[in-house]
Design a protein around this ligand. Structure first.
Ligand code: ATP
Ligand code: MG
Length: 757
């Protein structure tokens, strides 16, 4: 054993310590959120180094994000009391595979300076292939092919290994196009993301000498977030660990949230088969969250049938219950959260003061961020977006804003430069230079200069015609901006439409395009909060100006996916509405797979919180100028009542949320209270006044428990999907039913009816 002191071991509980000290042989740590898996994994690396078992470059450690890798390295340094130098193999699967593939590129038919294509390039290449094969691209878009090929690569299938069952893909041409695509990549000396792993797996499978070399080299292998590995990653690990079996994987099946990207939670179950004699260590003590937060998260995840199931406990003080609050609409939700954060900084309602760094907002879809960013910018609350640019910094938003600026002030040269050739109008560098020269010679704006250039016939062909069209547009939009009968929201839509900007993204088949279109819709929505375009543009330029990217405390805003592995004392979880979370796509899908993945996402979200979790939903959301009524998420129904405190919406339904609105919040006695509260009812009533579709009958009233009370064990019931069966047990608002065809299932009571035949 170690000659050097190992004080870091004292920070661990016995189970963690066992995982750290079992240095040789396979170890699987399977445990729920916040039980210290990552901490144990990090300590294990420190211990390997400290005991001299391995040098830094002999450890292969895989994390899920680059950020996680950096943090892990810093933590190892802290544990050892000195910075660790040279851990080249601590990183994401992709980062590690790029390095490996550069060393062995020739074995994949590549040169070591190969380029890595981004998704745009990837799609463009496929498009060319599809066209060259005379395939109708409208019916068989490149984007779809990209999805299929990615899926195959995630499963480590090279073109010759794609199983016959998949032969029908892409109109029976999938496999063939896949082979052509790979050949073309080779000619270009390029790879796509999926190739990084695929090539390495293939090289290891076909070159024993190379594999042996790395088996000797990587003496210890460690993997965090193992539940989210796909088949290719799994094979890669299995090949590398095949010699010495010194592999330690940690994960939580309840946190598998990348199934849509090919992750296979089954890899966890396979571990013991592949590595016989593996030590399986379960951690049950949670060090992150209060009992209420844990119970709420456990309550939600227990509705999933497809899980291993595990116990979690904590010694933490009971703390605050999970807070639930309903709002009139999305803007009000953002407003409330902004104010709540401000009062949390001061310390309210008997809670300690929170610093902004301790607070996070986790959204299901990135377009939800806009409302928060706007609100925070307005009230001057510093925030950072993790895992993506801030809303008003996004390319499509800047482009759209440039068009709006031109409508309001055609002399805005910067705006003109930005969009003159976006979408492509055949106005390249040369044409743009001519415009510049004409403008400068006459001492006028670029728009004026462009007009003169056209008048003097200084430009011809497609470019000239397109430029004329753009200039006409700018004139026309400017006139419309002055017409009172055209609302600025309408005008914004007209501009985006007539300029061809929306169409540009509609025709773009890259995977980012739908997100960009969503953001454009969100931009139009933001406009609705202002009187006119000028007011809005001023607002944005002011807030952008104020927001010099600086140090200092900030609220973190990110998607639930980006929040994996992180923790914050206080977490806000907005937008818990059916169709948003769970997503509409998951709800439409037949079977429970999509829905269960969404539920795991809910579990990940709640378990990020240490002391305070606040879930909220809005009764109405504006979608492209149309009001839409929303139903609270089905996951809200799954929160165990005794761990939830329902906050009644502040008194804001009377009219305006100005100085008169009470800042305090009353605490309701139960969840039903919120739905029966005068505020909520008024909200529903007001839905009728505004152009809102009538709220569908809420299934979220007190009926849950009444519905349960209506059944007894032994009773025969009918369920839409599972047919007839008999109640075998009653649990909360759920029934366990032995269905005649579908077997035993747990169903929500209100979804069954008494079968009286
Ligand atoms: P997740 O599933 O969310 O990734 P995890 O299992 O990886 O969670 P960690 O992030 O490692 O959990 O640990 C959660 C928190 O508990 C961290 O703040 C960590 O420092 C703390 N912690 C872990 N183990 C212990 C321990 N034995 N004693 C005290 N604190 C601990
Ligand atoms: Mg972790």
């Amino acid at each position: 054993v170690s000659a050097r002191a190992a004080p870091y071991l004292d920070e661990l509980n016995p189970a963690q310590r066992a995982a750290v000290e079992a240095l040789d042989g396979p170890v699987l740590m399977l445990a729920g959120a916040g039980t210290g898996k990552t901490k144990a994994l990090t300590t294990r690396i420190a211990h390997l180094l400290n005991t001299g078992r391995a040098r830094p470059n002999e450890i292969l450690a895989v994390t899920f994000t680059n950020k996680a890798a950096r943090e892990m390295k810093a933590r190892i340094g802290r544990l050892l009391g000195e910075a660790v130098e040279g851990m080249p193999w601590l990183g994401t699967f992709h980062a590690i595979c790029v390095k490996l593939l550069r060393r062995h590129a020739e074995l994949a038919g590549l040169k070591s300076n190969f380029t890595i294509l981004d998704t745009d390039d990837q799609i463009r290449l496929m498009k060319q292939l599809i066209q060259a094969e005379n395939i109708d691209e409208k019916r068989w878009p490149a984007r779809q092919l990209a999805g299929i090929i990615d899926h195959w690569k995630n499963r480590a299938w090279t073109p010759d290994k794609v199983p016959a069952a998949e032969a029908g893909a892409f109109n029976n041409r999938g496999t063939e196009l896949y082979a052509l695509y790979q050949a073309r990549l080779k000619e270009l000396n390029a790879v796509d993301f999926g190739d990084l792993l695929l090539h390495m797996v293939t090289i290891f499978q076909t070159h024993d000498d190379v594999l042996e070399q790395y088996r000797r080299w990587f003496r210890y292998i460690l993997v965090d977030e193992y539940q989210d590995t796909n088949v290719a990653q799994y094979l890669w690990l299995r090949l590398l660990a095949g010699g010495h079996h010194n592999i330690c994987c940690v994960g939580d099946d309840d946190q598998s949230i990348y199934g849509w990207r090919g992750a296979e939670v089954g890899n966890i179950l396979r571990f013991e088969k592949d590595f016989p004699g593996a030590q399986v260590i379960r951690l049950e003590q949670n060090y992150r969250s209060t009992p209420h937060i844990l119970a709420a998260a456990s309550g939600v995840i227990s509705a999933n049938r497809d899980r291993l199931g595990k116990t979690l406990w904590t010694e933490a003080d009971e703390g605050e219950k999970v807070r639930l609050i309903g709002h009139w609409d999305g803007e009000e939700e953002a407003r409330w959260i902004g104010e709540e954060i401000e009062s949390m900084q001061r310390g309210t309602r008997g809670m300690r003061p929170f610093s902004l760094d301790e607070i996070a907002i986790l959204v299901r879809a990135s377009h939800q961020m806009r409302a928060f960013e706007d609100r925070f910018l307005t009230i001057g609350l510093p925030y950072r977006v993790i895992g993506g640019p801030r809303f008003y910094e996004r390319m499509e938003i800047r482009d759209a804003m440039a068009y709006f600026r031109l409508a309001v002030s055609p002399a805005d040269d910067l705006a003109f430069e930005r969009v003159v050739n976006t979408p492509k109008r055949g106005l390249g560098d040369k044409a743009q230079q001519k415009i510049q020269v004409a403008a400068r010679a006459a001492g006028v704006s670029l728009v004026e200069g462009a007009k003169r250039l056209l008048a003097d016939r200084g430009l011809s062909g497609k470019g000239a015609a397109e430029l004329a069209k753009l200039l006409d547009g700018i004139d026309r939009w400017g006139r419309m901006a002055g017409e009172p009968e055209i609302s600025h929201v309408e005008l914004a839509e007209i501009i985006l439409d007539e300029s061809g900007y929306t169409a540009m993204w509609q025709n773009d088949k890259s995977p980012e395009a739908p997100g960009r279109l969503e953001n454009l819709k969100e931009l139009v929505k933001a406009l609705e909060e202002f009187e006119n375009l000028t007011g809005f543009l001023e607002h944005v330029s002011l807030i952008m100006d104020n927001e010099a990217e600086g140090e200092g405390e900030k609220v973190s805003v990110m998607t639930l996916h980006a929040a994996k592995g992180l923790e914050f004392p206080a977490v806000f979880l907005p937008g818990w509405e059916d169709g948003l979370f769970p997503s509409q796509r998951a709800m439409d899908e037949s079977g429970l797979k999509g829905l269960e993945e969404e539920r795991r996402l809910a579990y990940v979200g709640i378990t990020r919180a240490g002391e305070l979790a606040t879930i909220s939903f809005a009764g109405n959301r504006r979608v492209y100028g149309q009001w839409q009524s929303q139903l609270p998420s089905r996951f809200i129904d799954e929160l165990p009542e005794e761990h939830v405190e329902v906050l009644t919406p502040p008194g804001l339904y009377g009219g305006g949320y100005g100085a008169a609105a009470p800042r305090g919040i009353e605490v309701a006695a139960s969840r039903a209270d919120v739905y029966n509260s005068p505020g909520w009812k008024r909200m529903q009533a007001r839905a009728g006044e505004r152009p809102v579709s009538q709220p569908r009958e809420s299934r979220h009233s007190v009926i849950d428990l009444e519905a349960v009370a209506a059944y007894a064990v032994g009773e025969r019931v009918f369920h839409q999907k599972f047919g007839y069966g008999a109640v075998t047990a009653i649990e909360g608002d759920k029934l366990e039913v032995e269905f005649e065809k579908a077997g035993s299932k747990k169903v929500v009571a209100r979804f069954v009816t008494a079968a009286d035949d």
